[in-house]
Ligand binder design. Sequence first.
Ligand code: ZN
Length: 150
Amino acid sequence: MAFEGLDELYREVILDHFKSPRHHGKLLSHDVEQEGFNPLCGDQIIVQLKIDEGKVTNIGWWGKGCSISQASSSILTEEILGKTLQEVEHKIQFFKSMMQPQGEVSKNEEEGDLEALSGVRKFPVRIKCALLGWTTLEEAINLWKKIHNS
Ligand code: ZN
């Protein structure tokens, strides 16, 4: 794996999600589906959301690509499931700012497996890989809002 220099703990978390992706696969029913593509690396992600009463009540995803893109998508499902759209949008913005190469990361807001992805900032070409699932999620929410005029 081409991540010499990534802390071992971070590497383990990313590999764990890559090998055992959470909430992987199509949903039986969904309210919105969005596809995302990162041409720099060839990563592809499809995200499905079930949204009830302003909350993400289910999420499914699948795709192909590098371990960072797939692990990041897996990690995000655990971060947003059961959250309100507002909370999810806040999380997306937080993650985007966390992935800025010079971005300051508030230690208080970093939590669990999300923190493992902060190590990817050391590899600028892989930042788009880490962001793919999140930007696709953001597009899915925007699409849902458009459909529902909210
Ligand atoms: Zn990638």
